[in-house]
Design a protein around this ligand. Sequence first.
Ligand code: PA5
Length: 447
Amino acid sequence: MSVNVNKKFVSQFVTQHELVYAAPAATAALSLVKSKNGPGSNFLGWVDLPVNYDKEEFARIKAAAARIKSMCDVLVVIGIGGSYLGARAVIEYCKSNNYNALPKDTPEIYFAGNSISASALSDILKMCEGKDICVNVVSKSGTTTEPAIAFRVFRDLIVKKYGEEGAKQRIFATTDKARGTLKTFADREGYETFVVPDDIGGRYSVLTAVGLLPIAVAGIDIDALMAGAAAAREEYMTLPFADNAALQYAALRNILYKRGKGVEILVSYEPAAQMMSEWWKQLYGESEGKDGKGIYPASVVFSTDLHSLGQFIQDGSRTMFETVIDVVSPKDHIAIPDDPEDTDGLNYIAGRELDEINHKAMLGTLLAHVDGGVPNILLETPDRSEDETGRLIYFFELACAVSGYMLGVNPFDQPGVESYKKNMFALLGKKGSEERGAELAARIAEL
Ligand code: PA5
């Protein structure tokens, strides 16, 4: 089994009847995914992706990653939302949140174009100074403003440093297979391109070239990642509700939502999982938050955030439930040293592993939060290997689709993302939106 849903800390908040009624609903939602008969079904390419990916492109990804590793000290990945979160999540989860600072034989990887902050971009430019760089620009539409701005800046830098010919070797574009400004531009300039499949939305794209190229550059075994996802697909697409962790997770969160729990906090005890939580937040937030419905996805890293948000979770408004990722086996081992003087009073745990203490902190917190009225779904995953990471990704993706259908929304569109863009373009005076720009400027002046 890939992920295990441990219901010990949620069972007192959910009746057996509720689970009995939710089981057919979750199974019916899975049938909609399988039959491709639900809303948004033209975006189900991720379902069979782990067994049905483009093997020729997969080999090109590995070859490009090897070239990038041999040519560059730094890979700058330019993209926003689904076009960067998955790659960053997997790199940090499988390697470390300190990946760039740690000694390694793979390039540093920086993520640009995910904000419009001059300081953020300027910092990355500074970190690239004196280093050999490659760029992977990722945009399905090819028109998203944030990455387009960053790409202009980095393309300019690369052309000045290596010339147009050098740029051809060092710029890699991941975009639509045929359409869009980026595809046209990349083909004209002779950059190697990779495909964001038509039937896979940004937030479901981590196991396409979108995620796989940067992930492979980081030295992560993408075969094992895909194999893990394929194994999870086999389980979650076929097992009955009683044995199916993805269906159970989807059902539990829907039951809790109906009971007034409108906020889900994804909890991890590993700082390396912070970006995985960011990826999860986009996956669930963008998939479910629509039509006036949805669970608001939040995240914390414990025990760090027990010292900031712990008070609220224990004792504040009772609107949330927690989903805890328990990574059973740690990557690293540190034992507490003995101190004959015991001035800090820690000798009672001397010789014990940090992981054991982290685990006790988790159990103590689970019990405390349950006592405080916060339901906790515990997701147990064996380790942070590539294989298990692939399984975890597929688990969350499938559960998200099932949960969205149970909620009665289209989990594969994101109509709300356009609103800010329309206003921003109008305020910037983009051609065709001058009238709206004047209207918005007048509204702002009146406030
Ligand atoms: O999930 C999504 O669809 C979004 O987060 C997109 O990935 C994001 O807006 C970036 O879009 P694009 O890849 O077209 O630049």
